[in-house]
Design a protein. Sequence first.
Length: 70
Amino acid sequence: MNLNTIKEEVKKHLKQNVEISVFGMRNKNYKVQGFISNVYPSIFTVNEDGVEKSFTYSDIAIGEISIKYL
């Protein structure tokens, strides 16, 4: 997928619940569950229990994170 496709897909799901799987170094993986709160030109934010976490669209493109729309 290219970045524009990813941006449009994320923008379509603004304010909807998502689950983000983050694949860290040394097999330290974790999940973030919340809703997409804002969409910006190079990042999007996910609100998890009142805490905003930001991710880049390129993270999705290169496989550092995966996003599941709930």
